[in-house]
Design a protein around this ligand. Structure first.
Ligand code: COA
Length: 328
């Protein structure tokens, strides 16, 4: 298996035009720009308009990634759409994207791992490519989180935004591509971030709607500590597996949950701020979309060059976490 490595051939991203600023939130809940900025680093987040849904942005991001990979939709044989905010329960958003792209040779499915979804997707695609089951895989992280946000809950409504990012993977020269990846979960902590209503355990009804059970509920403080510890640990594991250290990392793109989480993880790993990418001020937390949006922004800005070592790490509801180490 080690003879073939999967690498990222092209990236893309897309998000709604609508912007929700801290000043807008000041009018909705008891909060302030000062509090949000100092506790999270967020200044604004993108918000989909009524009628805009997840696959719209996923398809735009995917088209860009396929084009930049120098491929056609018909070259894609696997589509993994990481999302906790699908267009609908059935069919999968992956299948909706597949049809819209005209990727008529691809298997398509959704992957539910919250903010770690994109790294879960990269890990599955990497394995499929290494085993020869897939030649060109499209991995997408796409969310319209603002549909599930309770705009009376000041702890959660300040955090989340909408958007999508995508990457096309294929076989690359052996010393390049994904050098190591790890994904983990611990479902005992499900209630740290969850949306209890609308599934088979608590089916949608007038009562669940009235109780707001379809909204995200979060124990932010508890998540914060576990997120920092888990992202730092799993990042060290992938570095060790690849025989590298934090000094080798040219760019660290963590899931954008909170600037203080990013700073704490970077400090535990001894990665100085110049090598850490942050776009949380502009996007807030876009769950599975945050890493691929960040990755594509870095590619577009020329921050990643051939041979660079790029470290990706995430933590999210489930709870789930993961890290992927790439030689570009
Ligand atoms: N505006 C003003 N005050 C707020 C507020 C807001 N938007 N949200 C919470 N507060 C208040 C609290 O009520 C509390 O008041 P009290 O001391 O009078 O009880 C105080 O601020 C501190 O609350 P706390 O929850 O301890 O703040 P915090 O520093 O932990 O920041 C989060 C809260 C949510 C920003 C932070 O915990 C976080 O980002 N957690 C991780 C969340 C996350 O990443 N979730 C996604 C999974 S990756």
């Amino acid at each position: 298996m080690a003879d073939i490595r999967a690498g990222i051939l092209g990236t893309g991203h897309s998000y709604p035009e609508g912007i929700l600023t801290n000043a807008d939130l000041e009018k909705m809940v008891e909060t302030s720009d000062d509090w949000i900025t100092s506790r999270t680093g967020i200044k604004q987040r993108r918000k989909a308009a009524p009628g805009e849904y997840t696959s719209l942005f996923a398809v735009k991001a995917a088209r860009q990634a396929i084009e930049r990979a120098g491929l056609e939709p018909a070259d894609i044989d696997l589509i993994l759409c990481a999302t906790v905010t699908p267009d609908q329960i059935l069919p999968s958003t992956g299948c909706i994207i597949q049809a819209e792209l005209g990727a008529n040779k691809a298997a398509a499915m959704d992957l539910v791992a919250a903010c770690s979804g994109f790294l879960y997707g990269l890990t599955v695609a990497d394995t499929m490519i290494q085993t020869g089951k897939s030649k060109h895989a499209l991995v997408i992280g796409a969310e319209i989180l603002t549909q599930y946000v309770d705009y009376t809950d000041r702890q959660t409504c300040i955090l989340f935004g909408d958007g999508a990012g995508a990457a096309v993977l294929g076989a690359v020269e052996n010393s390049h591509g994904i050098l190591a990846s790890r994904i983990r979960s611990d479902g005992r902590y499900e209630e740290q971030l969850f949306s209890p209503g609308g599934g088979t355990r608590r089916p949608a009804s007038a009562e669940t709607l009235a109780a707001g059970d379809h909204f995200f509920k979060m124990k932010g403080n508890e998540l914060f500590k576990v997120a920092v510890r888990s992202m730092a640990e799993i990042s060290r594991e992938v570095l060790e597996e690849a025989g590298l250290t934090a000094d080798d990392v040219k760019l660290f793109i963590p899931h954008q949950a909170n600037q203080r989480i990013t700073d704490a993880v970077a400090s535990k790993l001894n990665v100085d701020t110049e090598r850490v990418y942050s776009n949380i001020a502009m996007h807030g937390n876009t769950s599975s979309a945050s890493i691929p949006i960040g990755l594509d922004e870095c590619v577009e800005a020329g921050k990643i060059q051939k041979d660079d070592i790029v470290l990706l790490a995430s933590f999210g509801g489930g709870v789930t976490w993961g890290a992927v180490l790439i030689r570009w």
